[in-house]
Design a binder for this molecule. Structure first.
Ligand SMILES: Cc1cc2nc3c(=O)[nH]c(=O)nc-3n(C[C@H](O)[C@H](O)[C@H](O)COP(=O)(O)OP(=O)(O)OC[C@H]3O[C@@H](n4cnc5c(N)ncnc54)[C@H](O)[C@@H]3O)c2cc1C
Length: 395
């Protein structure tokens, strides 16, 4: 709860975040009984996630699919929902497009779980700002905001925060999107060693506190910080001490520029003001506290008298070879969703329940603002998905 309040500047909906935190353990136990399991996270030591789903999101969805099929659930692919059916003041079905035909499917309740608008460039530009129009996606290209629009057309109310999103540092040459299964680890292109790096922009200046705290509490806002830099790119700089410390072990086949000389490295990555860049590095090196460096804890090895400061893991950049990893922002998902009850029931502008309509996952608004704690997305999806499913099933 403290993490949620801290990273969202106390703007997370109090009722929803309390519901999320207080139901997370029971939801995990329920999922575990159904066959899901968790494994220790041995990846980047600053992730702050002690455990992860076995197989990550890909493993999770494969297990859910198996469980659903065992329980007789029918799954239809290539069958987008294009509208909701409203009868007698009640949402009673959906219209789907299947093999080029519009078909009506009826049900006692409809639970929408079709993501936010992260894959829709027009909506991104409209709600997040023009510089988000052409951003690369970390996820699928299918979450185009249709679910949100359909629900809003039937009386649902947008709920914050539609102007911010989750975006993290990604390899400069990552593809435009990822389909589940193509790349079994969703973090293949992620470049999450930045807390240990000196992160500079094209002009040769630092622009964030790279080591503010655990990576899991800063990565979702770092994409935006990179997007705001010139050419929408930044460079994570490391030297051989970082290599030896193992903080780069997760970078598999990354885009990287290497040199034994900082001046040459700056030339190779086309830093615009090389003198300023060299001064910045020298100044950084001279202002590091004497704390013991330890990438596995918040070591307090910081820099002073420099803005922005670096609160942890400040190491001198002085031992070649030097490595520069160019990074861009990758969009994970948008925080904008719909106003719902604690059970995922969609509410109208008067705060009344729209009968028969639920929204869960990214579609449930109000939880995240500007930033997000790692693991919150799937946990929120699981907690409110379970609650909505239980409520819908007793109708
Ligand atoms: C690369 C990556 C790594 C992540 N890592 C983590 C992590 O480690 N921990 C964590 O907690 N969260 C993580 N997340 C976030 C997490 O995956 C999301 O918060 C979560 O998947 C949201 O669930 P959802 O059901 O709302 O949307 P999704 O899982 O995106 O599912 C939405 C589905 O709806 C479908 N759809 C969209 N429109 C329609 C339509 N009109 N009709 C029918 N279907 C439609 C889409 O095709 C998609 O299959 C990660 C996300 C990405 C992209």
């Amino acid at each position: 709860m403290n993490d949620i309040n801290k990273v969202t500047e106390n703007k997370s909906d109090k009722n929803l975040s309390k519901e999320l935190v207080s139901n997370s353990l029971s939801t995990i136990n329920w999922m575990n009984k159904l066959g899901h399991f968790w494994t220790p996270t041995f990846e980047n030591p600053t992730s702050a996630n002690v455990v992860s789903f076995d197989g990550k999101g890909y493993g999770l969805i494969n297990r859910w699919k198996k469980i659903a099929i065992q329980k007789g659930v029918k799954i239809i692919y290539e069958c987008p929902v294009i509208d909701l059916i409203e009868q007698n003041n009640q949402i009673s079905g959906v219209v789907v497009n299947y093999k080029n035909q519009n078909i009506k499917l009826f049900a006692k309740s409809i639970i929408l779980a079709c993501g936010s608008f992260e894959s829709n460039s027009e909506m991104r530009a409209k709600y997040l700002g023009e510089n988000w129009r052409n951003i690369k996606l970390r996820g699928v290209p299918h979450n185009t905001g249709e679910g949100l629009e359909m629900a809003i057309n039937h009386g649902a109310v947008p709920y914050d925060d539609w102007s911010t999103c989750h975006a993290s540092p990604q390899d400069y040459n990552r593809p435009n999107f990822d389909l589940p299964g193509e790349n079994k680890s969703g973090d293949y292109w992620s470049r999450y060693a930045y807390p240990f790096s000196i992160l500079v922009n094209q002009e040769g200046s630092r622009f964030v506190d790279e080591g503010e705290t655990w990576r899991g509490l800063t990565y979702a806002k770092t994409g935006k910080a990179i997007l705001e830099q010139k050419n929408q790119v930044a460079y994570q700089l490391f030297d051989s001490k970082h290599r030896r410390a193992g903080v780069l072990d997760n970078y598999k086949n990354p885009t990287v520029i290497i040199s034994n000389n900082l001046n040459d490295l700056a030339n190779k990555i086309k830093i615009e003001n090389i003198n300023k860049f060299l001064f910045n590095i020298d100044n950084f090196n001279k202002n590091i506290s004497s704390n013991f460096y330890n990438p596995n804890i918040l070591d307090g090895k910081s820099i002073s008298n420099i803005t922005p400061s670096k609160s942890n893991w400040a190491l001198e950049l002085n031992e070649p070879p030097f490595e520069a990893f160019p990074v861009i922002a990758g969009m994970t998902f948008c925080y904008g969703g719909l106003k719902t009850s604690k059970d995922g029931e969609v509410l109208d502008k008067n705060g009344d329940i729209i009968n028969g309509l639920y929204a869960v996952g990214e579609m449930l608004g109000g939880l995240w603002y500007k930033n997000y704690p790692s693991g919150g997305g799937m946990m929120a999806g699981a907690v409110f998905g379970k609650k909505a499913g239980e409520k819908a099933s007793i109708k």
